[in-house]
Design a protein around this ligand. Sequence first.
Ligand SMILES: Cc1cc2nc3c(=O)[nH]c(=O)nc-3n(C[C@H](O)[C@H](O)[C@H](O)COP(=O)(O)O)c2cc1C
Length: 222
Amino acid sequence: MVTMDTYDVMRTTAAVREYTDDPLPDEVLMRILDNARFAPSGGNRQGTRVVVVRDARTRGQLADLGIPGAKRYVAQLRNGEGPWNPLQPCGVDAEAIAAVQVPRESPLREAPVVLVVCVDLSVVAAFDQELDRIGVVSGASVYPFVWNILLAARNEGYGGVLTTAVVAEEPRAKELLGIPEEYAIAAVLPLGKPVRQLTKLKRNPVAEIATRERFDGPPLGD
Ligand SMILES: Cc1cc2nc3c(=O)[nH]c(=O)nc-3n(C[C@H](O)[C@H](O)[C@H](O)COP(=O)(O)O)c2cc1C
């Protein structure tokens, strides 16, 4: 078993969208999930479930379900909007969205395995549910697990990418995979052996993301 330094894993877990023909055996997948499962969840309720999709036809159907969301993404981008931004109304109409061409290629078609990570909404604690804004706290009971999967995959010499476009067509995706009513799809993760491994990721420095005592306080590290 390969074991990388923790900080090296954290600094080099890039979005991997191209994979070699190497398989990702169940044995490795087991190790990835067996370590990722130690992620926290609200009240330790552990409402996460993973559907492991290897079947090429099902992966193709998932890729197809991501297309409408991707079309709106591109249409809004071309219109100078923040794609799928919850604070901005969508300024492009259905006809313009339908007319957009997006590539049929998708990491979901190419990867040897696709994980569909779900969360049971009947066990999450959403402390932001009464606020007049879009919910983010429910996601905190599933995304630590999702990210642990990607970190563990990196540690094992594999890679993947967190995708969410399929969620725009969640009812159809849930029907496709037999996911029960109370579950939400949080992420769709294609995983495989990277064609190339990026090791220098572009991220903002700490001084730009952390301040002392108040949001408008002096930058940490000054
Ligand atoms: C919430 C979320 C949704 C994402 N959705 C997609 C997606 O639908 N398709 C995709 O190719 N990448 C998707 N990504 C991957 C991001 O584009 C990627 O993590 C980011 O650009 C950083 O890439 P890097 O680690 O290679 O620098 C998503 C990432 C996150 C965190």
